[in-house]
Design a binder for this molecule. Sequence first.
Ligand code: NAD
Length: 498
Amino acid sequence: MSTISHYIDGEVVQSTSNRTQPVFNPATGQAISELQLGNAKDLATAVAAAKREFPAWSQMPPLRRARILDKFKIILWDRMDELAEAITLEHGKTFDDAKGEVTRGLEVVEFATSAPSFLKSDFSENVGTGVDTYNVRQALGVVAGITPFNFPAMVPMWMFPVALACGNTFVLKPSERDPSPSLLIAQWLKEAGLPDGVFNVVQGDKEVVDAILEHPDVKAVSFVGSTPIAKYIYVTGITNGKRVQALGGAKNHAVIMPDADMDMAANAIMGAAYGSAGERCMAISVVVPVGEGTGDAIVSALKPKVEALSVGPGMDAESEMGPLVTKQAQERVLSYIDAGETSGADVVVDGRNFNQAKQGYEDGYYVGGTLLDNVTPDMSVYRDEIFGPVLSVVRRDTFADAVDLIHGHQYANGTAIFTRDGDAARNFAQNIEVGMVGINVPIPVPMAFHSFGGWKASIFGDHAMHGMEGVRFYTRIKTTTTRWPAKLDAEFKMPTLG
Ligand code: NAD
């Protein structure tokens, strides 16, 4: 069995801790490698390398930094299949989905290569006689990223391309469930010409996370993961004087208005609810049909499609949906379906007894697509983020009731409305208290040059990820005022304000 370890200062480095944990292939249920879990010492070694490199990297002209990222982007295009295969092996999602993930990450790299433009600043001439003022955006120093299992390549790429382009050096702590993609990324960055020590990977769990939060040389922390951990990272990080952006969990509602094209809406919802087995923070997990008849129409449109979902190993070209990431995730999802049924939801399509017949994959962590109707807001299937292929239907009488339902939920990451009515769509876009909104678009994930982030319990901190929000997070403004009088005043005068 292979061993997965850190990448520090330009090379693969063994951990100084002897704690390890197996990494599984979710499609087969077999352990495929042993992950070395790092400790505070390993983290300190990585931070020291990143700190050493910061002066040279931050002072390198942004155009030269951008050229290195541009080479990295070309490597990513050329070796997309290799990275996607590494994702599918440890995460379980389908190969096509993994390639989609790499593409979305790559787009952030593309955005980051425009650093010379986005780091341009402003200049005010003659703020006083012979006095000029200008702002510059300067890098923070060593910054860290702590990432979740569900996008082991894309979420790190929401962070480090912008951080590096702005002149910071980086330490990544990937998810312990699927740690390999981060090592490919580190090696390819080096190949693209990134100096050793500018980007480092420290594998591990809470021990490394706490070491990041406590290390005085880590100036900022970007986190993506579940809400309780996001809150912990935010509170601990800011208490220790760091800048923190921490993105948390989600429960995304799709409102179906009576005038919507039901087939179009059902097709869109299928991909949004069951793609990546529902393990997406932008997955639609609740459908809210509005008005008499809309619920029956959307449930009838969805039912045969959910029943027909092809569930299997991610590398199998016929699979539309892969397994869940771990045995624990599988058991958790199954227990939520049980709880939904016990509390009165109608199980329209039941994914609990799904059997993977394909030889060699019988022990994979599969759950079939599940559709629950007549779910109510008090049920745990509605309140909690399930993070699996379970779609709940919560019927509402009016548009206002649907909006109230969404506003009553603690999460506010993404939402969508399906309608042909411009009035309703505009009202929804303007008034809904959710960070990312789709009008007839089921997964409104902003492109790399916009920014990604929810509201309420889906984010802690003031800046969303990538785009100009990423630039703002990874830089701080310095304002310089200069005076170059033609002839220096020899006479002393007491300065006055204003
Ligand atoms: P998680 O919170 O369990 O883990 C995220 C990271 O935190 C991992 O690197 C993990 O090692 C670390 N961690 C876990 N427990 C910790 C603890 N007690 N103390 C310190 N660090 C700890 O999340 P996950 O299961 O890997 O990912 C799924 C979650 O991520 C879902 O809630 C999903 O909605 C969320 N997510 C959110 C977004 C977003 O943009 N809002 C994007 C992707 C995923």
